[in-house]
Each structure stands twice: as C-alpha cells, then as structure tokens.
Write a protein that binds this ligand. Structure first.
Ligand SMILES: [Zn+2]
Length: 56
C-alpha cells in the first residue's frame, strides 16, 4: 500500500464504480486521477451556469 505524499501515513484504498482510488484518513489527501480527467470537460458549462447566476 502507498503512503500519503503529505503526511506519510498509510493510504486507504477505495473502490469506486469502475475505478480505484486512494485517500488519506489523516490529512484528507485524495488521489483521484479519473475524476481529474472528467473535470476537464466541466469548467466551461459550469462557468456559464455561474455567470448566468450572477447576472440575474
Ligand atoms: Zn495524509
């Protein structure tokens, strides 16, 4: 098992729907490479929604 890059405590292994990720129970560090990729597609529509919200 890997150690946390922040606090060097053992990382907890979590299974998601179709992927596996690790997170640190001590400092809250989470390594979620799959979600990082998915979020690249979001910002534009998300920003549009926020802009619409603030313009009202
Ligand atoms: Zn940690």
């Amino acid at each position: 098992m890997d150690d946390c890059p922040r606090c060097q405590s053992p990382l907890e292994r979590l299974s998601l729907a179709d992927s596996e990720t690790v997170s640190c129970q001590r400092c809250g560090f989470a390594d979620v490479p799959v979600e990082h990729e998915a979020e690249w597609e979001k910002p534009e529509s998300w920003r549009d929604a926020m802009r619409r919200f603030y313009e009202q």
